[in-house]
Design a protein around this ligand. Structure first.
Ligand SMILES: [Zn+2]
Length: 232
């Protein structure tokens, strides 16, 4: 197995929305993307075959869908914390923090990617996993971590933050579309955001990441060509 690179998100499909092409690229380069999801997504939409699903059934469906997406993207390991979807901000803080620290240390991650403080879209679950991932990295209890990236949000852009690292999805759009399609129960929401997945969405072209923390320095202003730039 190549070097693990950690992605920490809230729901099955967050990884594909925000970083499908980056993940596939890392896997193709011989690295081992690993994914921690705080919930199983049981509060999500129930389209198509999931229309009649109970919460428990939807959780099981979405874990299955996630397995398919992971295969498409070359994710080496997916772990689900199984905290309540839509209510991450009510989870016991110590429990949540310890779970995140355990994941980071299990894979001795040097590189960690999560949502920014605003969750990208102010979703409380996204904000919660961002908060606990950041707290874990800054706790001093995850000594392997050298870099913490945030997915670049609209509000960060408006505040003047520039991406550190960008992936253009045009070449690999079919891969991203396939990963998004694997989350079949969520397809209506997905197509609301990206449009028809058979058509490359010019206005959703880039996956953008900003370096929030690098070996003790916050918001180091730089541009990179690889997440592995400047690692020691
Ligand atoms: Zn989400």
């Amino acid at each position: 197995m190549g070097e693990p690179v950690g992605f920490l998100y809230a729901h099955p499909d967050d990884e594909s929305f925000l970083s499908a092409c980056l993940i596939r690229q890392l896997a193709d380069e011989g690295h081992a993307p690993v994914l921690l999801l705080a919930t199983k997504g049981e509060a999500g939409q129930k389209n198509g075959y999931a229309a009649q699903a109970t919460k428990e059934e939807l959780a099981a469906i979405r874990v299955k869908e996630m397995e398919k997406a992971a295969e498409v993207l070359g994710i080496a390991e997916v772990e689900h914390l199984g905290f309540p979807d839509g209510k991450l901000d009510t989870v016991d803080e110590t429990l949540f923090l310890e779970a995140v620290i355990r994941f980071i240390n299990k894979y001795r991650l040097r590189i960690v990617v999560t949502f920014p403080e605003d969750g990208g879209n102010f979703h409380p679950d996204h904000m919660a996993i961002s908060r606990f991932t950041t707290a874990a990295v800054l706790s001093g209890r995850c000594p392997s971590v050298q870099k913490l990236y945030y997915t670049l949000s609209k509000t960060l852009r408006e505040k003047g933050y520039e991406p550190t690292f960008i992936v253009d999805t045009e070449q690999a759009w079919s891969v991203k579309a396939e990963a998004l399609r694997a989350h079949t129960s969520q397809l209506l929401a997905t197509e609301k955001y990206f449009g028809n997945l058979n058509v490359f969405p010019e206005d959703r072209r880039y996956e953008s990441f900003v370096l929030y923390w690098e070996r003790g320095q916050r918001w180091p202003s730089k541009t990179e060509t690889s997440l592995f730039d400047d690692l020691i």
